[in-house]
Design a protein around this ligand. Sequence first.
Ligand code: SF4
Ligand code: SF4
Length: 408
Amino acid sequence: MRDNSFIALAREFTDDLFHCSRCNYCVEMIWEERGIHHVCPTLLHHNPAPSYSGKGYLAIARALADGEEISQSALVDRLFACTTCGNCEQVCPIGLKPAQLVRALRADLVANAMAPPEVLALADRIAVTQNPSGLPRSERYRWRESTGYEPDGPSNILYLPGCSACYGMAGEAAATLRVLTKIGFALRTLSAEQDRCCGAVLFEIGHLEMARHQGRSTLDLIETSGASQIVTSSAECLEALRHHYPSRLGRESKVPVVHALELLHERLASRKLNSRWVARPSAPGTVALMDSCHLSKKSHGPLGEAGYPRIAREILASLGCRVFPDETAAAYAVCCGAAGGMPQLHPESSLRMARAKLDELVQTGAEAIVCPSPLCAGQLRQANQSIAPVYGLFEFIDTFFESTEGGA
Ligand code: SF4
Ligand code: SF4
């Protein structure tokens, strides 16, 4: 690691490096009243050594600042094992930011040619196919053909489903188009050749050069699209547009960006959505809501404070569903292992995280698991061993509820 870059980093994170009280909250906190049973998925399902925790990452950075020698392999092994979920930041009583420090240290390692091969392979896949999975770019909007959807006329609302929906949860992308159309929004999409990876995962794994390139080209695309509003299904794209681009590129989207949940909730607030949607006989009455870290934790910038866990619960409650767990638990929910490059860097640990999450949700006794983030829903579905059905939130509505009227 270059000395000058680390000194700059140490300045940015002075409080974090030198003020950790080693209270261990981020390592082993259990607080039943707040629904906190564990904190760190990496400690639980990857490596139980304290150096793989929020406290441990701060100690590593402190040691580097003090000039201690740490082998490159030990450094890379630890820093690229964090999901960057931000749960350690949720519980830290003095507001330290280990997850943000991990992202910054990763960026320094990548910039100094110390990236693990999985990071470089992921960046290569994105460069070639414009999505992290490496599936062909031409397949990005294949799901759209199945919807038969055509906007009635010109639309100023551009729907960007995101890579995780297009390639991993195509049913959620299609259901989002159908449901939003039924409640009166006319959406349009880009072509497969136009749309691209927003670079969110590259910000998380520290490949800043390429993340910035993807960010600039995404903003150019949005600004030349003629859209007056962007709607996305992806929590990661939303974070990129609302948080990473302003803070890392110094450039904001000139077009307002919302999550698809917000449009649905807006209609719910202005009209009685439950008077227009009727449950089919097979509709589950109880659901376990899987809260995405991107949409619920303060480490993810403005998204963590925008109230998405409440919005998702209000939508489901308006349809007559009992929702578990309650909103308080969302703030401290343990990550499912889908974020921070975990599936690419440590697939087995990532799968263990997802299975543990499934077990936790199944224990609520709910009949179905619902998730507003296609990334997390896809991760749970992949880990599912027929334990419980997993739906994207729009997929759930589209599957189990009928609209009693046409458009709004
Ligand atoms: S960000 Fe998440 S995975 Fe990383 S140290 Fe904090 S709690 Fe653990
Ligand atoms: S919760 Fe905060 S203060 Fe306590 S050990 Fe973790 S980082 Fe340090």
